[in-house]
Ligand binder design. Structure first.
Ligand code: MGD
Ligand code: MGD
Ligand code: SF4
Ligand code: MO
Length: 665
């Protein structure tokens, strides 16, 4: 046994907590990753998904060599090729496509598989320099971003939640999705006796730890907020001075909520009128209250309406006046990571079109798109699983005339449809710098070990491809450290960051006086209605042991999560359908059908079913990809309406012998 080395790093995943970790390296092998003890947010622990991250690096099915498709598209047949062969093939095909169809026929498609600035952004430089189609939009919290662009602040330093007196956890499952935030909730309870109320159609792990659970109908949130606002105005509990100062349309807002009596709200939301009254009074009186919101209620056609509605509530309460009050959806330390993309490299004459990433299925199959996308590079995302209307995405990726390159750790559903797969390094094997979307720290990740096999960082892949494609701008040849440094805000040096591991960036609480917000938009939208009476609304919340579709292939996480895709249903709905607990069912609608195991549970509101986790399909059985069921529907700002899915659940009369319920239910 050699000396155990401790290497500073951080979790790369798309999670609000961006934990700082220490990787322990013994004889060139990582034996453990542990949460950094001194990090005020990580506080010495990682989470149930990541606390054996090294198992991902050393997984037997990890991709360690470039692959080229050797069978028909989608067959999953690949042959190992050298990096030279793979790079020549990609440069050759991308070059041909750009010459024949114009560079807009090339499209980068990336998301947040790694939040590191190098892994996430470096390859973008290639596409910008070529004048490829630009990737716009998102699939996570587009609604919040859309409203933020109108001036509504989305948060404050989340450590200040400890100063709050009332915490509404509104459509967020803190204890599964960002459990480090819970510490500050507990602090508020300890210091100030804060009350904690969960508003969620599901009785989640988080709901169980709250003082109260308001189990409202999905998509009825804006109506509930309107009802609370009306009570506050009626009873003289609103901070009128603050609200008039923040909102340019205060009178319209007041008129808009006026029709929403507690009785009417109760009918729409499935709660009692007394609950509406009490929530409103409690919220108005607390000094201060915070509405801590998640993505569940944003991922519907009414996503922006939800964000505006809770924004208006917090303003009416005057909560932004106080430390720990207001709305908290996200926080970030101000890493200037957009700079890493180098949009300035786009040739001046090119002005390439933007294509919304949330409409990948349409982009790849729209016969009118001119030029069609013929060259696609995917990294840090698994669109065959996570995109709405997944069947259409699948059809697009199956196109014979589409040349697809996927940079991955594993042969995901998306990678299986690629022409070339390139092996990416994991967080233990590369240098990177991360911002955050749930706190104020910038964190460094030092490589703990050399890349396994022939895996390469995305910075390296960019440099090698640039060389092959004759791109000679110096930005194409920066090292990973130089690339990362270009994102650092003034006053933060890479050397200091490497030394310290992380740096906290101050964030003054936003001021809203004179903000001139316009929050009225014609009243709250009603909850989505089923296309056919009796259909159930399908929610697809985050699984406790997966991160979206990441880790759904890892045996430990899979075992922990349950025996497979599990759909939770209220007892009354199961009885009405003659379904039994543990039974194999088909979940279906006009879009498609997926298999699951039924779990009968009070945790789910009647009329609603819930299937946690983003499961991969497998070749042997029908795919369990939930997005085969999600509609091609988006909020006005472009957020996929994942939760506006309605389904029927029918028995297959096959008992599931070893069914174990998903932990989320
Ligand atoms: N364990 C784990 N952690 C994760 C992730 C993961 O996959 N697994 N994913 C990461 C990512 S990408 C994100 S964006 C965050 C998301 O973090 P969260 O926002 O906490 O995650 P969700 O489970 O999508 O949604 C939260 C809750 O919203 C509820 N919900 C759904 N529809 C509605 C509605 O109409 N109204 C209300 N009030 N509630 C509703 C769901 O029942 C769910 O409990 O988590 C991150 N962390
Ligand atoms: N029905 C439904 N659909 C949803 C959601 C939902 O709740 N319900 N949630 C939505 C949300 S909030 C989000 S954020 C998206 C998430 O969608 P994605 O961002 O696609 O998230 P993942 O499914 O985790 O896929 C990330 C991929 O990146 C890969 N990866 C991780 N690290 C690296 C790396 O360093 N290099 C490379 N090359 N690859 C890496 C992983 O192996 C994984 O395949 O899904 C959305 N889709
Ligand atoms: S997934 Fe989130 S909670 Fe888990 S280690 Fe990563 S940053 Fe921390
Ligand atoms: Mo997300």
């Amino acid at each position: 046994m050699g000396d155990v080395r401790q290497v500073k790093g951080c979790c790369p995943l798309d999670c609000q907590d961006t934990c700082a970790w220490v990787a322990e390296v013994d004889d060139g092998r990582v034996t453990a990753v542990r949460g950094a003890k001194a990090h005020p947010f990580t506080r010495g622990v990682l989470c149930a998904k990541v606390n054996d991250y090294q198992a991902r690096t050393y997984a037997p099915d990890r991709l360690l060599h470039p692959l080229r498709r050797s069978g028909p598209k989608g067959s999953g047949l690949f042959e190992r090729v050298s990096w030279d062969e793979a790079l020549d093939l990609i440069a050759g095909r991308f070059g041909q496509i750009a010459t024949r169809r114009g560079p807009e026929a090339l499209l980068p498609h990336r998301y947040l598989g790694s939040m590191g600035v190098v892994q996430r952004r470096a390859p973008m430089r290639l596409f910008h320099a070529l004048g490829a189609s630009r990737l716009t939009g998102g699939i996570c919290s587009v609604s919040a971003q859309a409203v933020a662009s109108e001036g509504l602040p989305l948060g404050f330093d989340p450590e200040d939640v400890a100063e709050s007196r009332l915490i509404l956890l509104w459509g967020v499952n803190l204890l599964s999705t960002c459990h480090h935030h819970w510490h500050f909730v507990q602090e508020a309870r300890r210091r100030h006796g804060a009350r904690v109320i969960c508003l969620d159609p599901l009785h989640t792990r988080t709901a169980r730890q709250c003082d109260e659970h308001v189990q409202l109908r999905p998509g009825s949130d804006a109506v509930l907020a309107a009802g609370m606002a009306r009570v506050m105005l009626d009873e003289g509990l609103a901070d009128l001075e603050f609200a008039r100062g923040a909102c340019a349309d205060f009178d319209e807002l007041a008129a808009e909520v006026a029709p929403w009596t507690p009785e009417r709200v109760a009918g729409t939301c499935g709660v009692t009128p007394e609950t509406v009254l009490r929530l409103a009074r409690e919220f108005a009186i607390a000094r201060p209250a915070v509405i801590r919101a998640g993505v569940g209620p944003q991922q519907t056609a009414g996503g922006e309406a939800f964000v505006r509605a809770i924004g208006a509530l917090a303003i009416l309460g005057g909560h932004w006046r106080h430390r720990g009050g207001g709305v908290l959806i996200m926080a970030n330390p101000g890493l200037e990571d957009l700079r890493v993309d180098r949009a300035d490299l786009i040739p001046a004459a090119a002005a390439p079109r933007g294509l919304d990433m949330a409409r990948l299925g349409e982009t790849l199959t729209d016969p009118a798109l001119d030029p069609p996308v013929e060259g696609l590079m995917v990294w840090g995302t698994n669109p065959a699983v996570v995109q709405p209307d997944a069947a259409r995405v699948h059809r697009g990726l199956m196109r014979e005339d589409l040349f697809t390159v996927v940079l991955e750790h594993f042969l995901t559903d998306t990678a299986r449809l690629a022409d070339v797969v390139l092996p990416s390094t994991t967080q233990l094997e590369h240098f990177d710098v991360l911002g955050a979307w749930g706190h104020q720290y910038i964190t460094v990740n030092l490589p703990a070990i050399a890349p396994l096999g022939e895996a390469k960082s995305h910075g390296e892949i960019m440099r090698l491809l640039a060389q092959r494609m004759g791109l000679d701008h110096p930005a194409m040849y920066e090292t990973d450290e130089e690339i990362a440094a270009s994102a650092l805000p003034p006053g933060v040096s890479l050397d200091a960051l490497k030394q310290a591991g992380w740096v906290k960036m101050a964030k003054p609480a936003p001021r809203l006086e004179g903000a001139g917000l316009r929050l009225a938009r014609g009243g709250p939208p009603p909850p989505p209605a089923p296309p056919t009476r009796g259909m159930l609304q399908l929610l697809t919340p985050k699984a406790h042991f997966f991160l979206n579709s990441s880790f759904a292939n890892m045996p430990r996480q899979q075992r922990s999560e349950g025996s497979g895709p599990t759909i939770g249903m209220a007892p009354a709905d199961a009885t009405a359908r003659g379904l039994r607990d543990g039974e194999a069912v088909h979940v279906r609608n006009a879009q498609g059908v997926i298999p699951a195991t039924l779990r009968i549970t009070d945790a789910v509101l009647p009329g609603v079913v819930a299937l946690p986790g983003k499961w991969w399909s497998t070749r042997e059985e029908e795919g369990a990809v939930e997005n085969l069921l999600s509609p091609p529907a988006w909020s006005p700002g472009g957020q996929p309406a994942f939760n506006d899915t309605f389904v029927e659940v029918i028995g297959t009369s096959a008992p599931q012998a070893d069914a174990r319920p998903a932990r989320g239910l």
